[in-house]
Ligand binder design. Structure first.
Ligand code: GTP
Ligand code: SPV
Ligand code: MN
Length: 591
């Protein structure tokens, strides 16, 4: 077993906070993580000895490990996530709220003695590269070795973070304990005014890897508003044309709706010479540069991606990426110690499912949990952009907002201007699936894919987005996209995946003013001839149907936007309410 070590810092703020938290949680020992490779090896061996990690076959999956979470703890729990601002209004209608004092008291009772018999790991970490002025510093205290080994991949941890911290008191204070992993005693609380996060009762994903959603989105979005920048749930990609012209595109899609796929897109063969390279697949921080353009960085150092559905056809890049040095959580295990999930070929044998139970081939129950994931470092991506770790970020040409909509929303729609673009993001929605509790097929509005991640009042967040326009001389163009529209037969109208390259090309060409479009009352769409459709495996009728704007559907849609704004209350900016009325009136005028 690991032994306690001496604190590798004399920072009094850090030392006294760790001491205070340890007195509450009462771990048997405290271990300061240094982030070295040698340490990672020791921690990994320890995780194997504890049964937290199962080594995979070193020939099939070199240096890779398999892990299972508690079956009651398999995804982020939005209903147990709180923004703890002094007033409820600051958190707004989209967040759960608890008064800070109440939250500290309530969670304090659960944290009390929660680490007895365990080690408290101290993880100093950076989100962003060490040489980036935009990097954010946090320290996560956790009793989970699984969290340490995942944070090691997703952030930059240990000495590099302590060095940057120096003697400063400015770092996010993150306290995490799996405690007894009881859903009744599970809370993920954010204290934006204190720059603090307390998370208890869960050991998986965004609930527990505090650098990810908690710091880089909820706390960061709160600070971004005060400081005039944006912290967003977006993938980032580099697109290089055969002529060597490079564009950077940001895209916000709700969880499990295709960010990872798009960031790793392989163009179809008709697009020979085009290169799409990944910068990030989940989070973008964006600031206005000296030249008036919007620059984005990916603050993460790895990918925590959805496994099911990933295969050689949908995402060959990801398949290559997870072939070594990976952690897999809640997928299925093969008898020869490899991994399997729904969407892969086979299986040719019976398996052990994500709960650790025998699974018969052909069984109807999924062998891998639908939210099972892989964790891999950025470097594993064979098509990583050389700008992925650029400290100043990349200038964004276009922003895409998307969601899963089986009706109404066309394949792609370009906004008239920034305000209209912000409106598109603010009203974006996705159909609920079986994975989310509630009625299936209902539209859940997910503004900018940030519903679960805005660290303050959503109306104020829209106002902040609108205000960003005034800071830029070259703002990116904003588009709404939908890969998920269905025909009457219930099948997707658009082939998606690599074929989305055709939409990306139109988006890029529009952003430099060299592609045609049809102006409609609700935005610009490509006509068939404006898209490069050479060799596509889809009928003209299907593509026309994917692009179509149906006035009746849009009347209803714009009505629903009104209900959504009413739900958000008085902070929704007047510009967005007027934008809605203008769209309704424009649509009526021509129908
Ligand atoms: P988080 O990591 O949860 O934030 O989500 P993500 O947006 O990175 O999710 P991911 O890319 O893993 O989404 C995967 C899901 O989107 C799978 O169900 C895919 O089948 C589906 N998907 C991705 N691209 C397309 C597409 O072009 N067309 C269709 N129909 N489905 C797609
Ligand atoms: C998401 O749910 O949007 C994720 C996974 O990216 S998690 O990190 O668990 O939030
Ligand atoms: Mn995400």
């Amino acid at each position: 077993m690991l032994v306690a070590n001496k604190a590798p810092t004399s920072n009094p703020h850090l030392l006294s906070w760790v001491d205070e938290m340890a007195r509450m949680c009462k771990p048997d020992q405290i271990y300061w993580v240094d982030g070295s490779d040698e340490e990672a090896k020791r921690l990994t061996d320890e995780a194997v000895a504890m049964g937290v990690f199962i080594p995979l076959d070193p020939d099939k999956k070199p240096n890779s490990y398999y892990s299972r979470s508690n079956p009651n703890d398999v995804a982020r729990t939005e209903e147990l996530t709180f923004i703890c601002t002094p007033t409820k209004d600051e958190a707004g209608a989209t967040n759960n709220w608890m008064a800070p004092d109440d939250a500290y008291r309530k969670l304090g009772e659960i944290f009390e003695g929660s680490m007895k018999g365990r080690t408290m790991y101290v993880i100093p970490y950076l989100m962003g590269t060490p040489d980036s002025p935009f990097a954010m510093l946090g320290v996560e205290l956790t009793d989970s070795i699984y969290v340490v080994l995942n944070m090691r991949i997703m952030g930059r941890i240990g000495a590099v973070a302590l060095e940057r911290l120096g003697g400063s008191a400015k770092f996010n204070r993150g306290l995490h304990s799996v405690a007894d992993c009881d859903p009744q005693r599970r809370y993920i609380c954010h204290f934006p005014q204190d720059d603090a996060i307390w998370s208890v009762g869960s050991g998986y994903g965004g609930n527990a890897l505090l650098g990810k959603k908690c710091l880089s989105l909820r706390i960061a979005s709160y600070q971004a508003r005060q400081e005039g920048w944006l912290a967003e749930h977006m993938m980032l990609l580099e697109a290089e044309s055969p002529e060597g012209e490079t564009h950077f595109i940001a895209g916000a899609f709700p969880s499990a709706s295709g960010k990872t796929n798009l960031a790793m897109l392989l163009p179809p063969k008709e697009f020979e010479g085009w290169r799409i390279r990944t910068i990030g697949d989940d989070i973008a921080w964006m600031r206005v540069g000296d030249d008036g353009r919007l620059y984005a960085v990916n603050p993460e150092a790895g990918f925590f991606g959805v496994a099911p559905g990933t295969n050689e056809h949908t995402n060959p890049t990801a398949m290559e990426m997870v072939s070594h040095d990976a952690i897999f959580t809640n997928v299925a295990l093969t008898p020869d110690m490899d991994v399997w999930w729904e969407g892969m070929d086979g299986p040719n044998t019976d398996l052990v499912d994500w709960r650790g139970r025998p699974w018969k081939r052909g069984s109807k129950e999924p062998a891998a949990h639908p939210n099972s994931r892989f964790t891999v470092p950025l470097e594993n991506n064979p098509r990583l952009s050389r700008y992925a770790t650029d400290p100043k970020g990349v200038p964004i040409s276009a922003i895409l907002f998307g969601g899963r909509r089986s009706t109404t929303v066309p394949l792609v729609l370009e906004s008239f201007n920034w305000t209209h673009g912000v409106y598109m993001g603010a009203t974006a929605g996705a159909e609920t699936t079986a994975a989310i509790t509630g009625a299936v097929g209902r539209i859940r509005r997910d503004p900018m894919a940030m519903l679960a991640f805005i660290g303050y009042n959503a109306g104020d967040y829209f106002a902040h987005w609108l205000s960003m326009f005034g800071r830029m001389s070259h703002p990116p163009r904003i588009f709404l996209v939908n890969w998920f529209r269905k025909g009457d037969d219930g099948r997707y109208l658009w082939p998606g995946y690599g074929e989305n390259m055709r939409v990306l090309k139109w988006v890029i060409d529009r952003s430099v003013g060299r592609a045609g479009a049809l102006e409609t009352p609700i935005g610009y769409t490509p006509r068939l001839g404006d898209l490069d459709l050479s060799g596509i495996d889809a009928s003209t009728e299907a593509i026309e149907a994917a692009l179509r704007i149906d006035p009746d559907e849009w009347q209803k849609e714009l009505e629903a936007h009104g209900d959504w704004f009413d739900r958000l209350g008085g902070t929704v900016p007047e510009a967005l309410r007027l934008q809605r009325r203008l769209l309704i009136a424009s649509l009526k005028a021509v129908s």
